[in-house]
Write a protein that binds this ligand. Structure first.
Ligand code: FES
Length: 339
């Protein structure tokens, strides 16, 4: 119970670590650093209680009660007394022991604070240089001793490095060239439906929509993807969707790329009452009568418009190709007629 004269296990009489000599770490390449030495006259080692002696007596009484309780439990158990006596004696004894330990820790233990001095974890520049030199030297020795193995290992790693480039060279497919910039639509291309049937100017009623392709390209999947165009008839008279497009929509036929300018979904839904083309993927809405300018949704730019003309036999043809790339934008795409 006394707080005087206790000795720490593993320490010498002055509190220094056993065998450490003068309270210091073993010397070597490390900078010696004295260990903190606990002394009972250190202010940090003083108990928290204002009257330690009184606290000690009280705690001793509590612990004594705990000892009596567990001893009584043993006696009751030995005498095979009633169960409640076992519960009361054991519960009371453990409770008092717990209270005593808690009070001891709270009022009689050194209050601190304690700071542990530590040496720098990083080595000195000389140590780091020596370490690097040793690694290089040992590695060289190891490889010189097993030259054949080292050569084989180096060859394996080198070939693996070359093979790792193969996916970039071989598996990404052919270079796209200008296929992302142009379609098969050109001046004179006749508009045909999915079955290859040419579209006559009398084919669609007002408010109708169909998908068309340039004649000769509708059976190729890749061509279908980039050439697909929605053809809408909104009137029997020519329509001007934007300034400069006065002759692009003869007999009320308007043609736009079917590739959404957001992520490339086919824009195949037509809301006739509002004259909107709707993309089913993220609900972008394009104004049919205003150059397919997006009015809602994430699409960043209008659908490119295909200029049309009617030939001498009454069939619809492209007056020119698209004047800008179709489909989603990408970082190096130059766009025209955005507004
Ligand atoms: Fe058309 Fe997203 S792909 S709105």
């Amino acid at each position: 119970m006394s707080d005087q004269g206790d000795q720490h296990p593993g320490r010498g009489g002055d509190g220094a670590p056993a065998g450490a000599g003068d309270g210091a770490l073993a010397t070597g390449t490390r900078t010696p650093m004295p260990l903190p030495v606990a002394r009972l006259d250190d202010p940090h080692m003083q108990p928290a209680a204002k009257h330690p002696k009184t606290a000690e007596r009280l705690i001793a009484l509590i612990l004594l009660g705990g000892v009596a309780g567990v001893a009584a439990f043993g006696a009751c158990y030995w005498q095979d007394l009633a169960p409640w006596t076992l519960g009361v004696s054991l519960g009371g004894g453990l409770l008092l022991l717990g209270i005593g330990m808690t009070a001891w820790g709270k009022y009689l233990m050194p209050k601190g604070p304690f700071v542990e001095e530590r040496h720098l974890a990083a080595g000195t520049p000389e140590e780091r240089d020596a370490m690097a030199a040793a690694v290089v030297q040992r590695t060289g020795l190891v490889f010189r001793r097993r030259g054949v193995l080292g050569g084989l290992l180096g060859a394996g790693l080198g070939i693996f490095g070359i093979v790792a480039i193969f996916p970039l060279l071989r598996s990404l497919g052919p270079l796209p060239g200008n296929t992302m910039e142009v379609t098969n639509w050109k001046r004179g291309s006749r508009l045909v439906n999915q079955n290859g049937r040419p579209i006559h100017v009398a084919d669609l009623a007002i408010g109708s929509i169909t998908t068309v392709f340039p004649e000769g390209y509708q059976n190729n999947t890749q061509d279908q993807a980039q050439d697909q165009t929605v053809l809408i008839r909104v009137s029997t008279e020519p329509v001007t969707t934007r300034p400069g497009r006065e002759d692009w929509s003869p007999a009320g036929y308007i043609a736009y790329s079917k590739l959404c300018t957001h992520l490339g979904c086919p824009v195949g839904l037509y809301e006739q009452q509002l004259e909107l083309l709707v993309c089913p993927c993220h609900q972008s809405m394009f104004n049919v009568l205003d150059g397919a300018v997006p009015e809602f949704g994430p699409a960043p730019r209008p659908l490119p418009q295909l200029p049309l003309m009617v030939d001498s036999r009454g069939y619809l043809r492209a007056a020119d190709g698209y004047d800008q790339p179709v489909g989603p934008g990408f970082w190096e795409r130059t766009t025209k007629n955005l507004s």
